[in-house]
Design a protein around this ligand. Sequence first.
Ligand SMILES: [Zn+2]
Length: 245
Amino acid sequence: MILQQKNRINHRTRNMLVVTLLLFPILLMSACSGNSDNNNNVQANSSHNSEDKNTAFKVVIDPGHGGKDPGATGVSGQYEKSFTLNLSKKVEKRLEQESGMEVFMTRTDDSFISQESRERPKYANRKNADVFISIHGNTFSDPNVSGTETYYYHKTSHQFAQILQKHVVKATEFRDRGIKKKDLFVVRDTEMPAALLEVGFLTNSANESKMRTDDFQSRVADSIVKGIKEYKEESEKQGIFSGMF
Ligand SMILES: [Zn+2]
């Protein structure tokens, strides 16, 4: 009994010593980087210093369509491409405020991106992004059809699509059409968790009239950021990092 206790104490002391030895270089490193972070704080928020880039969670936002590809025409006569760009810019602005996040846009103006070149997923792959979101407005021949849905393709994107859908539906308050697996090149050719978000139906007048407002877009942008943050935390917990395709 005494011997066992002694052994336990020895064991505990040894364990503590090992932990201290292991932690020491980590503490030293974080103290050093903490210093330089303070020095670069002002710059870090606006232009992302190189230190941030190495550890940042990279998000690629893809505003659907653009240029000579207008996407769907809404009940109002306005195009899908303007809705996707407006909402994407709001998401971009929010992500820029988040520490530890870096955001990239496949387009920031009304430029055309060819489908044949597969440039959208290629761009995200080149950036070595952690997640990719393509933003769209839905369309259907029956104007009564409405709601929010999210598409994914690879199994590794399933959880990301699920989390994103959950947050966005809460913001849109539209019918929850769920997540769907579909062979769309933007979610198929991307080498990281990828989702294509159909926020609502531009061919449904109730959906569209909300989707065109600044207030609605702000709420949806907030929810997309929440979704990204929850997924980031989840993937860190589970040890799933991008690139594991
Ligand atoms: Zn679209």
